[in-house]
Write a protein that binds this ligand. Structure first.
Ligand code: GLA
Length: 389
């Protein structure tokens, strides 16, 4: 099992606070987005992977309606009533669990309170979806505690709703689905229109590095929602000028964008081009992976970052410095920002034999520009979320 030391530490902390053992525990990993940026809510395609960093959630029933929730890293506790769940503006980490609990309550069967604690090793604000890992681990553990059967898609939607209503980020379903659907050694290719996914084996000649810049991740500050609104505006425009039905930017090709972009405000046109191009890159990239062309796939990752930087405006200097450095490092095949953007991590594709030297070179390049190294870790595509039996 991954992250065994983290699990043991959570149990020790749980016993200390609640003076008993948890009845249920669940684990959910973070994710990397490998190709397909801001395509999920545009009903397009993404290649992603669950990672070897994640969050455990432990819980036991209590006789009353009160819920006690402890953030195991901060050792901070909040309490609320199971029948009166509301968003909080302090200790905002509680909102991800409260939102998930509210979603489970809509499905039914949430009657008593719980003593819960979560603890994990995903660096916060790194763009690796620690919030989705918290929602999915809490969702799985609490569903088991309440004796509910909740399928993966319903659980992912519950997590997404928690983000929308409790955290203020109008995200798509990528983070939650990737956390649930991961397979060791595989990427997950998801069609966000049909919500069908399949796994794509990565093979032994590739692995990922994640470079956490610690630059601020501003998703809930409205930047993400603003980008989403531009995409929706773009989709509305293309629906009015194209002859075929356009429900989302997924339905627009790059050739159509080139022909009709003149009718759009320049900013909205550029922003619309990003998910349209990303969709085409994911489809091409999946083909290249299947034929073992990792260099070709990596080149698409570099193109994806360039599109973020020039068209979508969701990169930043810290991310650009890492990607530019990656282009010059032997053995590195591709690199791009991963997730919402505006900071967080760069995901780098390299041959396993080159990862050690590439890690040092990336950290040094970052330090040369910013005076301190970025954190570089090796990422293994890993299994999705599960309840510990
Ligand atoms: C964040 C969101 C996802 C997705 C990515 C960008 O991670 O939570 O839904 O939109 O950004 O691809």
């Amino acid at each position: 099992m991954v992250n065994e030391a983290v699990r043991k530490e959570l149990i020790a902390k749980y016993r200390k606070v609640f003076e008993r053992d948890p009845e249920v525990m669940a684990y959910a990993p973070g994710r990397i987005e490998v190709l397909g940026n801001h395509t999920d809510y545009n009903e397009g395609f993404v290649l992603s992977a669950a990672i070897n960093y994640g969050t455990f959630f432990a819980a036991a029933r209590n006789a009353e309606k009160a819920c006690r929730l402890v953030a195991g890293d901060l050792m901070k506790e909040v309490a609320f009533d199971v029948g009166a769940i509301s968003r909080s503006s302090v200790d905002t980490w509680q909102n991800y669990v409260k939102g998930t609990l509210a979603g489970l309550a809509e499905v039914g069967g949430v009657e008593h309170g719980f003593d819960g604690m979560f603890f994990g090793n995903i660096p916060l604000g790194s763009g690796l979806s620690s919030s989705a890992a918290l929602e999915m681990s809490a969702g799985l553990a609490l569903a088991r505690l309440y004796g509910m059967e909740v399928d993966k898609l319903t659980l992912a939607r519950i997590g997404q709703k928690a983000e929308h209503a409790y955290a203020g980020c109008k995200c798509g379903l990528l983070d939650q689905l990737s956390s649930l659907a991961g397979q060791p050694g595989c990427l997950v290719k998801t069609d966000f229109r049909t919500l069908k996914y399949e796994t794509v084996a990565l093979g032994g000649d590739a692995c990922f590095l994640m470079c956490n810049t610690h630059a601020k991740h501003a998703l809930v500050d409205g930047a993400y929602n603003e980008l989403r609104a531009s995409c929706e505006q773009g989709a509305g425009y293309f629906a009015s000028v194209l002859r075929h039905p356009v429900k989302a930017l997924r339905d627009v090709s790059m050739a159509e964008w080139v022909l009709y972009r003149g009718g759009l405000e320049a900013l909205v046109a550029d922003r619309s081009a990003h998910p349209i191009g990303e969709n085409e890159r994911v489809l091409r990239g999946a083909g290249l992976l299947a034929s073992g062309d990792l260099n070709g796939f990596g080149a698409l990752m570099f193109d994806s970052h360039e599109s973020s930087r020039r068209l979508f405006g969701n990169s930043c200097e810290e991310l650009d410095v890492v990607v530019d450095a990656a282009k010059k490092i032997p053995g590195v095949m591709g690199a791009r920002l991963s997730g919402g953007g505006f900071g967080g991590s760069v995901v780098v594709l390299a041959h396993p034999r080159d990862v050690e030297t590439a890690s040092v070179a990336l950290a040094n390049a970052y330090a040369a520009r910013f005076g301190k190294a970025c954190d570089v870790s090796i990422i293994s595509p890993s299994a999705g979320a599960y309840v510990l039996e």
